[in-house]
Design a protein around this ligand. Sequence first.
Ligand code: NZQ
Ligand code: ZN
Length: 392
Amino acid sequence: MDNFEFYRPTKYYFGRKIEENVGSYIKESGKSRVLIVLGGGSCVKSGLLARVEKSLNDLGIFYVEIGGVKPNPRADLVYKAITLGREKDVDFILAVGGGSVIDTAKAAAIGIVNDGDFFDDFFIGGKTVTKALQTGVVLTIPAAGSEGSNSAVIQKEINGKIIKQGLSTQFNVPLFAVMDPELTVTLSNYQTACGAVDMMAHVMERYFTNTKDVSITDRLCEAVLLSIIETVPRVLADPTNYEARANLMWAGTLAHNNMCGVGREQDWATHHLEHQLSALYDVAHGAGLAVMFPAWMEYTFSHNVMRFAQFANRVFGVTMDFEDPSRTAKQGINALRSFFKSIGMPLSFADIGAKAEDIPRMLNFLGIDDHTEGHFMVLNRADCEQIYKIAA
Ligand code: NZQ
Ligand code: ZN
């Protein structure tokens, strides 16, 4: 196991109607001027925003709001949030929504208190974040795991090139996350399934590692995957099933707050390959991952057949063929594809409207000529091209 430091101070408030207390969670933190960040309106329609506002009003907490965050969030809105936050002198940012809203909030939290350009300096410029406002989250979709993660992903177009870029820093870890599974019953089955794929991908990015002897995190990864695989069909069959929704919601946090990833080298090539699909075609991140993950697996499994065979055996119950473990490994990849299909996810470029002729653009957006991708198997341009071709 590798050496590691692990500190995730997010406080989780989990359960029915817990969002009605959000004002008191802000007050406890000593903050009093809040910028609320919202998406495209689902939380207005559901009445959630009104409950959050009431909770703040009851305690006399000042707030301003900025809405309109789109999935695959754009830098433009972050700039607006920064301007508003500075004008109103806010000292706290509350995200009410999913990964896109949370990441916009995190980016604004950095931008408000730092000079310069939040994206150019920190997201792509490599400048170290040394200060940011604190953020809180009212989570409405279990998926990205941003409520407990140290990362934020923002998209910006620079000179015709769409750059979808993540930034990992301890300053991105939210102070608290309010998680009421009831808030997720309004999600479509498609969004629910996209979220589940994203969670699984977060675990798998950690599972496929070259680090030896990490059985504790292997087993945690397998537990989270098994629970998601068991739970998603129950949610899709009965979207109002609170217990199943609750399990799925917590799985999304455990998948990405790095409990499953400490002490081991992680991969992340598939996420970066996928980000180019969401950037180019505006597909849901989870849908893009359903297309890209099996393709990455097919290309890389021979790098460590036994790890893939273990995955197949322990996660999908494939009988281990010790004479030919590559058979077991391939059956595992097929089982993953079948699972994605069974929950209504796309499996190929055609299913998400992506085009093979755009692969050079994807590679260009990825900037693969300047670096390699992944750690499990280090990928160069030709490797990434092949993986896109498998996905096509
Ligand atoms: O905007 P509204 O109207 O709220 O609608 C959203 C949006 O259209 C809708 N939705 C959310 N909660 C709902 C709901 N609709 C009905 N009922 C509810 N309760 O769902 C749609 C998708 O929302 P979004 O926030 O985009 O989803 P998700 O949480 O999957 O976030 C995806 C983004 O997170 C990034 C992705 O790249 C993508 O940009 N990621 C962030 C990570 C992180 N910060 O740690 C890690 C991930 O790997 C990922 O890259
Ligand atoms: Zn993801």
